[in-house]
Design a protein around this ligand. Structure first.
Ligand code: SF4
Length: 371
């Protein structure tokens, strides 16, 4: 099975108030030094993973489109030759419409890039301003056109739900406008106000949609996207036929992926590991890599349940130990009765409603299996 390669770019023009990702504004010359550190690390990892074929590459951030065309080419030259990259790859870069230049788009196409993931979040200025982010819809649509001119036609946009001031009308209008612009994929994430972020400190002064409102926003988006020809193939992801994200599917299917850069996670040879978030340490060549020791064990049935219930392929009931299967089937029948799962004798496949309460369903199902 081929693996995915993830390259982290930890710099942004400015920090959004809700952001808990590993990113910051670069100081002078730092992008060049970071690319040099990536090269060293890629050489080390390339030696460790000789013979592994990589059929997806993903540059995430941060804001990779902050790089100049030259820096992007340097990054590709520094990292890609260290690995055995398949010919027919899906090669994605994330980008911010605020800084997506034609130079970057053409350089990305030149290095073999064929998929763009645009962080839109919302086309409504007030919704974005409330969470400390800028949006200019004309820049979003210009970015989509620029990508197409550079030959990149597989275009995904990220939207957020749960923003202050957000209404069903504004979310559905966003989706309609992006769909009309010809995107092939849409990710809809729920805003998570994490402790330690500037947004967390001022969240009391803002009015966020409650759970019921979030539920109706999610259902309205799912319904509209389905009517526009997008398949709901993962809890937060929707794709036109043939445009599921091959790279992200690896995360949910338990396939291998190798991450490089601060905070990047990997799952290779049955082991999960990750870099610390220390950007300076990574540049200095000393960022430690730790093994993941979450509550859920790598390769366990619990992990399989958690990952497969996220997707439209669902959980095969055959994975559940035989003695627990009747109880799991009875539970699935109840879910189906309540409109939370699709009728099936051999899989648990959640409906849009079921996906919204997926975490509770996972807990109940793992409880059935463990007791
Ligand atoms: S652009 Fe993305 S990574 Fe950068 S600060 Fe905003 S949310 Fe964080």
């Amino acid at each position: 099975m081929a693996a995915g390669l993830y390259i982290h770019f930890p710099f942004c023009e400015r920090k959004c108030d809700y952001c808990a990702f590993c990113s910051r504004r670069p100081v002078d010359g730092e992008i060049g030094r970071y690319i040099a550190a990536l090269k060293k690390e890629a050489e080390r990892l390339g030696d460790n993973y000789k013979g592994v074929n990589f059929d997806t590459v993903y540059i995430g951030g941060g804001t990779p489109s902050l790089m100049t065309a030259k820096e992007l080419s340097l990054l590709a030259d520094a990292v890609l030759p260290c690995f055995d990259i398949a010919k027919d790859i899906e090669f994605t870069t994330e980008a911010n419409p605020e800084c997506f230049s034609a130079g970057f788009a053409f350089a990305f196409s030149e290095i073999g890039g064929n998929r763009l993931s645009l962080g839109v979040q919302s086309l409504a200025a007030a919704e974005c301003a409330a969470v400390g982010r800028k949006t200019e819809p004309e820049k979003v649509f210009r970015a989509i056109d620029t990508a197409k001119e550079a030959g990149i036609t597989n275009i995904s946009c990220d939207l957020l739900s749960g923003l202050p001031f957000q209404t069903e009308a504004s979310l559905t209008e966003n989706i309609e406008r992006l769909s009309a612009a010809g995107i092939t994929h849409l990710s809809l994430y729920s805003l998570n106000v994490e402790e330690g972020t500037p947004l967390y400190k001022r969240k009391g002064a803002l009015s966020f949609p409650d759970d019921e409102k979030e539920f109706s926003l999610y259902l309205a988006a799912c319904e509209l996207l389905s009517s526009l020809g997008f398949e709901h193939y993962e809890v937060s992801n929707f794709a036109k036929a043939g445009f599921r994200s091959r790279h992200n599917l690896k995360y949910w299917r338990g396939d291998g992926y190798l991450g490089i850069g601060p905070a990047a996670h990997s799952y290779m040879d049955g082991k999960r590991f990750y870099y610390s978030k220390d950007i300076d340490g990574f540049i200095a060549g000393g960022a430690p890599v730790s093994e993941e020791d979450g509550e859920i064990k790598t390769g366990s049935l619990e992990e399989r349940i958690m990952l497969s219930l996220r997707t439209a392929d669902g959980l095969p009931l055959s994975l559940i130990p035989e003695e627990k299967r009747p109880a799991a089937k009875a539970f699935t029948a109840k879910l189906t009765e309540n409109g939370l799962a699709k009728p099936s004798d051999s899989f648990v496949i959640l409906t849009d409603r079921g996906l919204f309460v997926m975490n509770e369903i996972i807990l109940k199902l793992t409880d059935i299996i463990n007791n």
